[in-house]
Design a protein around this ligand. Sequence first.
Ligand code: BDR
Ligand code: CA
Length: 324
Amino acid sequence: MTRLIIDCDPGHDDAMAILYAARHLNLIALTTVFGNTSLQNATRNALAICALAGLDVPVAAGMSEPLVAARSTAADIHGHSGLDGATLPEPTRAPDPRHAVQLIIDEARAHPGELTLAPIGPLTNIAVALKTEPRLAHWLKGITWMGGSTTVGNITAMAEFNAYCDPEAAAVVFASGVPIHMAGLNVTRQAGIGPEHLAQLAATGGPVGRCFAGLLGFYLARTREIFGLTHASMHDPCALLPLIRPDLITHQPAPVHIELASAQLRGMTACDLRRVNAESARTVHPNARANAQVAVAIDGPAAVDHVIRTLLGYDERAAQPAGC
Ligand code: BDR
Ligand code: CA
């Protein structure tokens, strides 16, 4: 089973992704990064989510600031705590004493060729890890990232939030040579959470269902208010689909350029989907070598259904008599 570290900034959809991955993959650790909220909140939220779902994995805190630019947050969408909308249990464990970057390097060194990273926030921890230990690029099996877009952005006209938060870090990761899958807004916005999903979660009567009904109720209300959408995008779990349900998502190899220079386009992921792959074309377009598998299509309703069913499973198992 895939050995996985999720690098996250919980975040409502991050919390969904953590519980989704934990049921289907060998989730060995969580690492946290600034993004939707401060590093301190993100780390506490990750520990609280683990307490809620009974997940016993190390949680290590990482970078609190981007490599170069000033820090952004998404308090408008996720609230001031990063996970507004429900009262989470108190964390039952302390963070791992290691820095997230050290934990990632240690795990990759110990299991070369076996570790996949699923960053679902800004790419700062991953970039610092690659710069700190250049052999990491050879040790990793792959990276599957929620971020970017082949079309429009959400934080600016052309930039998606995770890319915009630290474009220099994204540029390091996309230049690393590690096999990358990218799930951008062009697919994640087709995976919509609506009132029908909140009702399903609330109906379990169990702690995970009740908590996520509250969390996603807040997230949906904010999405409606800010973007005028009837459904809230289930962004982060989409990064896990290539590992769990590859039948639900389609990728195309493409050169991805991270825009750093233009003030208007900073953080844009310019995906060259023209299929300029032939050697002859590369002499004309020297940057045409694909550096990622970019998601271009998704069965959004089926993806949401699979994730919600997985969340419902936590309460079903908890309701079973001991020994079942
Ligand atoms: C991304 O930004 C965050 O707000 C979400 O958690 C997701 O990772 C979507 O743009
Ligand atoms: Ca996130």
